[in-house]
Design a protein around this ligand. Structure first.
Ligand SMILES: NC(=O)c1ccc[n+]([C@@H]2O[C@H](COP(=O)([O-])OP(=O)(O)OC[C@H]3O[C@@H](n4cnc5c(N)ncnc54)[C@H](O)[C@@H]3O)[C@@H](O)[C@H]2O)c1
Ligand SMILES: C[C@@H](O)[C@H](N)C(=O)O
Length: 374
């Protein structure tokens, strides 16, 4: 069985080189042959991997041209070196992204191409950011199902077969109207009402199942709505909390598509990306779970407007509620309980609402423009 031999060799190397950050593969060596996707013996010799050449992980980020990927690549490249972090997406990278480090075309629905990229680049960590977000997903359920569920299956199989540590973000959207909403704990009823939420619960459960069954080193954080100054959100329900800063500065006017009293958990991007690196680096024995809530702040549009108006008192706000986004927001947590993340691997946010406002306005000046990754 050449596949078993090559995986056993990789497992031995992993055990000898813990600095690569990968968990022992003993369980996956026992179980990997049970993986549903058939791997031929010629594939198996192609898979032969060694992590002993480097102390740094070799990272692939899928869906890397969205709101979060470029920022994460910048953070990881500072720590692990430019050539060790590859951004990928199906869109054309803007020139500043191409110049900043390796970029590769990768469609997560193309299993063979994805596997080739992982193998040829000796990937040891994969951050799976490709997804259709909540509002865009409701507008195109079939595509959301393909990208968020079929795409995830490709990622899971490839990572399990090649001993790759896998990070998949989940979301406040993985909860639904029957979940406790204030606060929402890690373990409770999850019955989301969006294809986005359904696909994220599926990702959480499949990742945890592959961890237990095949030893996949799966790590998952449920992000709140993420607020960034220099990258554009990709079509979610929490997008208003980014847009308000730009519209306030450029136009002095903001049209809010959620009701004034809609409370949602939110986080500044720097906290989100640091949490991602921290959980990826956390020793496996500190992780009592594989899927954690992380939290920072929680506010309503009205509260955010009040804070923004302290900086720009002339800002005018109109509420023009989008019923689809409002129904989604009304089914999501108002506050997140992230006590397990704080206890297990020391999670601590840096940005509350005042620091967020100060930082956003220090980046977005009247002369600034949103950086469009597309
Ligand atoms: N931004 C947030 O507020 C937030 C909150 C919670 C969770 N998340 C999760 O974090 C991840 C990244 O979020 P984001 O805001 O950067 O998303 P985004 O929508 O901005 O970017 C997603 C990227 O996926 C890419 N993509 C789509 N189809 C693809 C395919 N077939 N193959 C490869 N790539 C494909 C898109 O081109 C896009 O660049 C997502 O999984 C999202 O669910 C984000
Ligand atoms: C919350 C998160 O998953 C995303 N920003 C959305 O609103 O869809």
């Amino acid at each position: 069985m050449p596949l078993i031999r090559s995986v056993s060799k990789a497992a031995r190397q992993l055990l000898l080189t813990p600095a690569c950050g990968c968990e022992p593969l003993s369980r996956s060596v026992r179980n990997i042959s049970a993986l549903s996707r058939q791997v031929t013996s010629s594939d198996a010799s192609f898979h032969s991997i060694s992590f002993s050449e480097t102390d740094h992980p070799k990272v692939l980020i899928t869906g890397g041209l969205g709101q979060l990927g470029v920022g994460l690549a910048t953070l990881l490249r500072k720590k692990f070196g430019n050539k060790n972090v590859i951004l990928s997406d199906i869109r054309m990278p803007p020139s500043h992204v191409s110049r900043s480090g390796p970029f590769i075309y990768a469609d997560i629905l193309d299993y063979k191409n994805l596997r080739e990229i992982v193998v040829n680049n000796r990937i040891t960590w994969l951050v799976h950011y490709s997804a259709l977000l909540s509002a865009v997903g409701e507008a195109n359920v079939t595509l959301a199902r393909d990208v968020n569920i079929t795409g995830l299956h490709n990622i899971l199989d490839i990572c399990a077969q090649h001993g790759v540590r896998l990070f998949v973000p989940s979301t406040i959207g993985a909860f639904g109207p029957t979940s406790p909403r204030n606060p929402t704990p890690d373990l409770c009823i999850q019955r989301p009402r969006t294809i986005y939420g359904v696909s994220k619960v599926h990702a959480e459960l499949m990742g945890e199942y592959y961890h237990h069954k095949y030893g996949l080193d799966f790590r998952c954080l449920r992000y709140p709505g993420i607020i960034s100054a220099d990258s554009q959100p990709g079509g979610g329900t929490t997008d208003y909390a980014v847009q308000i800063f730009h519209d306030a500065v450029k136009m002095g006017k903001f049209v809010c598509n959620l009701k004034a009293d809609t409370r949602l958990p939110m986080m500044f991007i720097d906290d989100c990306l640091r949490a991602t690196l921290e959980v990826l680096e956390a020793p496996a024995e500190t992780l009592s779970m594989r899927t954690y809530n992380i939290n920072a702040m929680s506010f309503t549009p009205e509260e955010l407007v009040q804070e923004v108006q302290k900086q720009l008192p002339d800002l005018r706000v109109i509420y023009d509620v989008d019923p689809i986004r409002q129904a989604i927001a009304d089914s999501w947590p108002m506050n997140f309980d992230d006590s397990n993340a704080r206890k297990d691997w020391g999670w601590k946010h840096d940005y509350d609402l005042p620091e967020l406002i100060q930082t956003m306005f220090s980046i977005i000046s009247p002369d600034s423009r949103l950086t469009h990754a597309n």
